[in-house]
Design a protein around this ligand. Structure first.
Ligand SMILES: N[C@@H](CCC(=O)N[C@@H](CS)C(=O)NCC(=O)O)C(=O)O
Length: 219
């Protein structure tokens, strides 16, 4: 059976959201980030990214990780693309061009969107958003997102979703990277079509279920 390693409060949210969309059976191993554990090597420590048992599965020591019939796959977006291709139904590609577009949008999410969006979330989480330095750093990250968001705004002014006129793994991958940027509510104000698309994605029952399970985990 397909196995996913990683707590909901991590990039494992991406495959876990997709699996909820598809209602697929899987085994969940809630490996937690070592930096969230007081003594990651202590005898009482939960299974974490520095545990020898986890490093034997993923020597990189990061979550998420998928294990399926001898295949070990890391990189959250590669995991979701793999699940979508093999068991994704309408959420996966229906043709080679669709597959190419889903990979392209996922790489766009990982390279153009995730780094500045994550920067915003990290600053806000550390409480830095109220200091002048923090606000300046957020403004720089928001500026780095301006061109990718403008590109998306043009797309969503004409289309409801990224590929094939339907919600797919490409939307899920992009939505979960852009979610970090929502820590700065003004970010999407100049991009109403992007905001409406993100709302469509986040209104889905499977997203809400994933977020409920995430909220149920200790902070
Ligand atoms: N590019 C990777 C990043 C994975 C990653 O950084 N995971 C974090 C949690 S979201 C992690 O494992 N941190 C704990 C650690 O590095 O020990 C992906 O998308 O899967």
């Amino acid at each position: 059976m397909l196995k996913i390693y990683g707590v909901y409060r991590s990039r494992a949210s991406r495959p876990l959201w997709l699996l909820a969309e598809l209602d697929l059976p899987f085994e969940h191993v809630p490996v937690i980030q070592a930096n969230r554990v007081a003594h990651p090597h202590g005898p009482e420590a939960p299974l974490n990214t520095a545990s020898a048992a986890y490093l034997a599965v993923n020597p990189l020591g990061q979550i998420p990780c998928l294990e399926e019939e001898g295949l070990i796959l890391t990189e959250s977006l590669a995991i979701t693309l793999h699940i979508a291709r093999t068991q994704g139904g309408q959420l996966g590609p229906r043709s080679e061009p669709e597959d190419a577009l889903m990979v392209s949008w996922s790489l766009f999410a990982a390279t153009a969107v995730e780094p500045p969006a994550l920067e915003i979330q990290l600053i806000q989480r550390s409480g830095g958003g109220t200091s002048p330095e923090g606000q300046a750093a957020i403004a720089i990250a928001a500026e780095r997102l301006r061109r990718p968001l403008a590109r998306l705004e043009r797309h969503f002014a004409a289309e409801d979703y990224l590929v094939g006129g339907r919600f797919t793994v490409a939307d899920l991958n992009l939505a979960e990277t852009l979610r970090y940027g929502q820590a700065h509510p003004a970010l999407l104000e100049p991009f109403p079509a992007v905001a409406a698309w993100l709302d469509r994605c986040q209104s889905r029952p499977a997203f809400r279920l994933m977020m409920e399970r995430r909220a149920a985990e200790p902070e």
